[in-house]
Structures are given as C-alpha cells and as structure tokens.
Design a protein around this ligand. Structure first.
Ligand code: ADP
Ligand code: MG
Length: 569
C-alpha cells in the first residue's frame, strides 16, 4: 500500500498544475493509525466535492464488541460516530482556502432518527470503522493549490479522526448511553409484539416539534401522560421501570377539539417506526415498525392496482381490479395507498382526517338515503376498517375530529384534551347508540390480487447510463423521470431518497424481466439489502457516503409512484 509520504510527494509534484492533475491522487494510503482512501476526485473546483473515506482498524479504534454486537446497537453507534465526525470537521470546513468549493469538508448531517447509513460503517467482525465524507480539493481558479490540500489531509483530518473515531478519546459514558438507549428501544419493540400493541408512548415524552422547519423538541411543551386505563408498565433493561400509553391492536380512534394535539400524536406515531436519539423527546415512542401512514394524494399515478375493495363500477366503466391512472383523485389515490401498503406487508394504518379524502373515509346516513349504494362507486374505509383488522390482521389508528361515525367501529377511543389523552371509549359508544347503526356492505373485502408482472422500461435504458438525482426530501429523478415522494410521509431524509433512486435503477437493470411480479422483485432485492447492506444496490467502483436505509414499505411506495413502471397483467 502507498503511504502518506507517497501522497505528500505526489501533491508537491502537481502543485500549481491544472486541476485535472488532482486525478492522480485517487488511491489508498496508509496514514499511520488509519487508512485514507481517495475514492473519486472532482473534475474542477466548482463541481461536487471529491469523495474520501477513512478506515480505522478495530484494534486502533478500540470500541468494545458489546457496543456493536447486535444490528440495532451497531447502527446506533455508527450514527453517533457520524455526529461526532460532523462536529469535528465543522471547525475545519473552508479553513483551507481557494475558489469554488475549495476547502469544504462535509459528511452526512444526521436527522433525529437513527438510520443505517453508508457515511459510517462498523465491521462487526474486525471492528474496523469506516467514515465516508467529501472534501473540496483546493485550487486558485483552476490551478491546483496542493499546499491547502495538505493542510486538510495532514493537519485537520488526523485530528478529526482521532477525536471522533477513537474510543479512547471519546466520552465513554455517553457512548455507553447510546448503546443502552438502543437496547431499551429494541426491548420496547419486542414488547409491542408480546403485548399485542401497535404503539407505546412513554409518559413524559415530548411530541410536538420546535417548528415546521425544525425537528427538535418544542420547548415548554406539555409532556405526554397516559390515561390510567391504557397504562402499560415496562421494565427496560437499562432505564428500568417506565409507564406509558399502550395502543392495542385493533381500531383506535383519536378525537378531540381542533388544536388539541391529535395530529401531533399521530405524527409521533408515524416516526416511531424509527428509533430516535437521546434528547429528542420521542426516544420512548415506539410504533410497530411496519406501520404505514395513509393519506390522499391527488394527482399521483396508479399502475395496475386492485382497488376493488373500495372502488367499483366507475361511471366510465374503468377496471378497478387492475386500475390505472396518471392522475388519481383523492379517493382513488387513498384507496391505492391502502392496497399497496397491504402488499408491502403493513400491520397498521395511520390515518389523519386532515390529509384524507372525506368521501373515502365516510358516507353519512342522509347521503346513503339520497344516493343509493348502487349509485356510489366508493365503499368508504369505515365500512372496511373492521374487516381489515379481523380478516387481514391490520390495525388502524385514525384521527377524526369532525365525524363521529367511527365511534361505532372503534375498539378504543382516545380524546386529546389540551394535549392530554383521555380514554372515552364507553362514553362515546353509549352516545353513538342513539344514532342509526352503520350499515355494512353485503360482501366483505376480497383479497386484492398482486399479480402485476414488471418488465424494464426500454426508453430508460436506451439512454445509456441511468443517472440519479435527488431533489431533497421531495423526490428523486432517474434521467428525466421524476418520482414524486412528497406525500410518502415516513421518508425522513434525502439520503433515503437517494437510496430509493439506486433501488429503482437496480431493479430496472437487473430484476424487471417480465416474469417476476413487482412484489417478487422487491422481496428479492430487500433480502439482498438486508444481508449485504446498502452497497448491494450500488454499481460504482466505490460506495458513496450519502445513502440511508429506507423501510421495505417505502420501497414499495416509491415503485408504486414511478410513472415509468412497466407493468403488465
Ligand atoms: P389538532 O390536530 O388536534 O388540531 P395539532 O396536533 O395540530 O392539533 O396541534 C396544534 C398545535 O399545538 C400545534 O402547533 C402543536 O405544535 C401544538 N402542540 C401539540 N402538542 C403539544 C403539546 N404537548 N404541548 C404544547 N403544544 C403542543
Ligand atoms: Mg390535526
């Protein structure tokens, strides 16, 4: 292996030359206590910065095995190390000078959620720690300024690596706490299953966020406190005894006046599919990891989806067993979201009336009297919600502040009263008795068919290499095709979208053969991701440091919104 000294000499040779001479630095160099790898060199100082990685061997980094011997612990420690590294390099970014992006040093900015990311990887066998980041190679105009790059590689980075990635240099108590929280969160997850719960919200949790643009906890918020009747006590392996609200499987209704905290509770449940960092306020809010937020999404495309359990006999005679549209309505989009989530293996729906299509959710008695069932293509969700639980095993948590219709079908009814939940099941059920009973359709929902075969889209492949571009948290582009993911609300991070872009590309290139169904292709891919990690969907010569793991449910959601999906019956 080449050494840091070789690199130093190379840099001296190319100093003051044209920018492309930087390309020669690509390679792997032994830097004393770690290995520096220059994976990709930018073409000019204004282009996206160069990709680098540092690998610290396990015997040097020195993290005890019990900090990363289980998957959830490893991911939590990796997340902590990215945050450490971020903090360190912040002090040095742009300290080396030059034109354009010269001198920038950057790494993933982690969100409140703890996600598996390529920015940091701990090898479970060797304990080697790899961190992937970017550096803007310095230049004046387009002339190499190697002296400034030497500052970064020989002065700044060794300090950052040492302070961020060596166990001996870190606050051991803090690292221990990261592991303990991860174990406690995993324990709660196990308890959901054991106790038949969809979600657990600990007393004292802070659910609201600081603002629409900050995911930090709101200061001075009313802390969460469970109604006595729904209290569940848990004995966590590290934190010990805690109490909170256990939401049982079945149909749960959250009601209450406007502005009393209903949507905030539901949002916390939506993100509870991921673990949260200490201090977030939602560290002990844990939701069934397969729960899916369902909402209306006018304008989305639908490909060969069987929405017949909700929609039938459309006036234009369109087939709803294999329904296609480029521009769905509120109700058809929400119906498709439900059915696609069933295919994606969800075990719970999370629904907020604020973001639902009313005609999909309910149809009141008077309307039923005037517009006869035969004239109405929609079987509203309220008429299916019980069967979805009893026949399909899928629970529903639904926020409904304006319609009492769901009282009749709910197992549990929770009222949010000035941000404090109260259980009002009996009172609400009694009140509902005076109202006309809900009439259910004669036939229950049939199992939707998921037999869409997928073939690759020739137009995408003809253009040569498929290029991926992520548009923040909103969507991802493959060549000129945009996949709109704004309303897939449980995607937390643009890095998950970048991964989804890679996944679609991989499926297009390797899996869509016209014989497999969409579900079969995704299941094979997902297994590969699960065993091989995020590298499984990357074909480049190096692993980029900007990928985060999405859930299987979001992989389905992404493919279902992909307008170029080549479906056939
Ligand atoms: P609803 O859906 O019932 O209309 P929201 O959940 O949207 O109400 O909450 C309304 C407002 O109250 C939001 O601005 C939210 O940030 C704030 N809020 C929610 N929960 C709390 C809480 N526990 N303490 C303080 N403010 C809260
Ligand atoms: Mg609301």
């Amino acid at each position: 292996m080449k050494t840091s000294e070789d690199l130093r000499q190379l840099l001296e040779r190319i100093d003051h030359r044209g920018y492309p001479a930087y390309k020669d630095t690509k390679g792997v160099y032994q830097f004393g206590k770690y290995v520096l790898s220059i994976d990709h060199v930018q073409g000019d100082p204004f282009a996206a910065p160069s990709k680098l990685s540092v690998r610290v061997p396990g015997r040097m980094s020195g993290f005890p095995k019990e900090l990363f011997d289980k998957k959830h612990k490893r991911i939590a420690l990796q997340d902590e190390l990215i945050r450490n590294f971020y903090k360190q390099i912040q002090q040095y970014s742009f300290q080396a000078k030059g034109s354009g992006k010269s001198g920038i040093i950057s790494v993933t900015r982690c969100s409140q959620e703890i996600l598996e990311r390529t920015a940091c990887e701990i090898n479970t066998g060797s304990g080697d720690v790899t961190v992937r980041f970017e550096v803007g190679f310095p230049a004046n105009g387009r002339t190499i300024n190697a002296r400034e790059l030497k500052k970064i590689l020989y002065d700044f980075l060794p300090l950052c690596v040492e302070k961020a990635l060596y166990y001996g240099r870190l606050d051991k108590k803090r690292i221990q706490k990261v592991m303990e929280l991860s174990e406690d969160q995993e324990y709660i997850r196990g308890q959901l299953e054991e106790r038949g719960l969809v979600a657990f919200v600990a007393n004292g949790s802070v659910l609201p966020r600081e603002s629409g643009v900050s995911q930090r906890p709101m200061k001075g918020a009313v802390p969460f406190i469970t109604p006595k009747s729904m209290e569940v006590a848990l004995d966590l392996p590290y934190k010990g005894k805690i109490q909170g609200m256990g939401i049982p499987r079945g149909v749960t209704l959250i009601v209450g006046g406007g502005y009393h905290g209903k949507s905030t509770l539901l949002k916390a449940l939506e993100t509870g599919v991921y673990p949260h960092i200490a201090g977030d306020g939602r560290e002990y809010v844990v939701t069934d990891e397969k729960a899916v937020k369902i909402r209306a999404e006018d304008g989305r495309s639908i490909k060969h989806t069987d929405i017949s359990m909700f929609i039938n006999d459309l006036p234009n005679g369109k087939d709803t067993v294999a329904f296609d549209t480029e521009d769905a309505s509120g109700s058809t989009s929400q119906a498709a979201n439900v059915v696609e989530s069933i295919e994606a293996g969800t075990t719970a729906f999370l629904i907020d009336e604020d973001t639902s299509a009313t005609n999909f959710m309910v149809r009141d008695e008077l309307m039923q009297r005037v517009i006869h069932r035969d004239m109405e293509p929609i079987t509203p969700f309220i008429e299916r919600v019980r069967d979805l639980y009893e026949k399909f095993g899928i629970s529903t948590i639904i926020v409904a502040g304006s319609s009492g219709a769901y009282f009749q079908v709910a197992d549990k009814i929770v009222q949010m009263d000035r941000y404090v939940p109260k259980e009002i099941t009996e009172m609400a059920k009694t009140a509902a008795q005076d109202y006309p009973q809900l009439k259910l359709p004669q036939e229950g929902p049939k199992n939707p068919s998921f037999d869409r075969k997928v073939r690759s889209n020739p137009s995408l492949k003809n253009k040569g290499r498929i290029k991926i571009k992520t548009m923040g948290r909103d969507g991802v582009m493959l060549n000129h095709e945009t996949i709109d993911l704004r309303y897939v609300e449980q995607l937390m991070d643009s890095e998950q979208l970048t991964t989804l872009g890679n996944i679609v590309k991989y499926l297009e290139e390797q899996m869509f053969d016209g014989r497999k169904t969409l579900g079969q292709a995704i299941e094979i891919l997902y297994k590969k991701l699960d065993t091989q990690g995020l590298g499984a969907v990357c074909d480049g010569s190096y692993l980029p440091g900007n990928l985060a793991m999405p859930r299987k449910q979001e992989i389905y959601a992404c493919l279902n919104r992909y307008r170029c999906l080549g479906t056939q019956k």
